[in-house]
Design a protein around this ligand. Structure first.
Ligand SMILES: [Zn+2]
Length: 221
């Protein structure tokens, strides 16, 4: 089973990736982790990716594709895997499709966690961070015990520069511009759109149902 998870910043994708990995006994692989592991292993691709990342640039498609191809050939991926953050471009999606066919692997199940922009903005602008221990709070879902103060060390919580509304709106636009064409390329009929605005448990149930529906429709996956 090959799952691809898409969703805008603040949609709770990381939490769902962990749930899905546990439920289906497959590894959840994020591109960030993959790059870091490859860097640490010191492979030629890893070294290139490291250099590019440390200069703040985007890793080119060929290097990313190569790292993904290596990662999904690992034994822990024998029963399937979940990718978070890949493919990031239409050419990467096309390449990935060819790779799966070459390896006789099934088509991916594509999950899109859909959350209205207003909800995302509300969630993200409610984040506060402790400047001392860096712990993150959310005034809506995980507030500190005393308003504005870190539970652990009593420091005054701050709003991160990244979580200001204008920055968030920009990030959401960037996400849509990047991901819209990829979802279009996969085609409306093969993308499972899940309402990500509900509680994490409700979203989890909806995602699992969507995956099972896809599996039932096409047991080869
Ligand atoms: Zn703190």
């Amino acid at each position: 089973m090959i799952l691809l998870l898409f969703g805008p910043p603040g949609c709770g994708k990381g939490t769902q990736a962990v749930f899905l990995a546990e439920k289906f006994h497959i590894p959840a692989i994020s591109t960030g982790e993959m790059f870091r592991a490859e860097c640490k292993a010191g492979t030629p691709l890893g070294k290139m990716a490291c250099q590019i990342l440390s200069s703040g640039k985007l890793v080119p498609d060929e290097i990313t594709n190569g790292i993904v191809a290596t990662r999904i050939a690992q034994p822990d991926c024998a029963n399937g895997f979940l990718l978070d953050g890949y493919p990031r471009t239409v050419p990467q999606a096309m390449h990935f499709s060819t790779l799966l066919r070459q390896r006789n692997l099934p088509d991916p199940i594509v999950i899109h966690l859909d959350v209205p922009a207003t909800d995302l903005i509300a969630r993200l602008t409610s984040r506060r961070q402790c400047p001392q221990c860096k712990r993150i709070y959310n005034l809506l879902s995980q507030p500190p015990k005393a308003a504005g103060i870190c539970d652990d060390d009593g420091a005054k919580l701050i709003e991160r520069e990244d979580d200001r509304e204008s920055v968030i709106v920009q990030r959401l636009h960037a996400y849509e511009e990047l991901t819209g064409p990829i979802l279009k390329w996969y085609g409306q009929s093969s993308v499972c759109r899940v309402n990500g605005a509900a509680s994490p448990d409700q979203v989890k149930t909806a995602v699992i149902e969507a995956v099972n529906r896809q599996l039932a429709a096409d047991p080869v996956r």
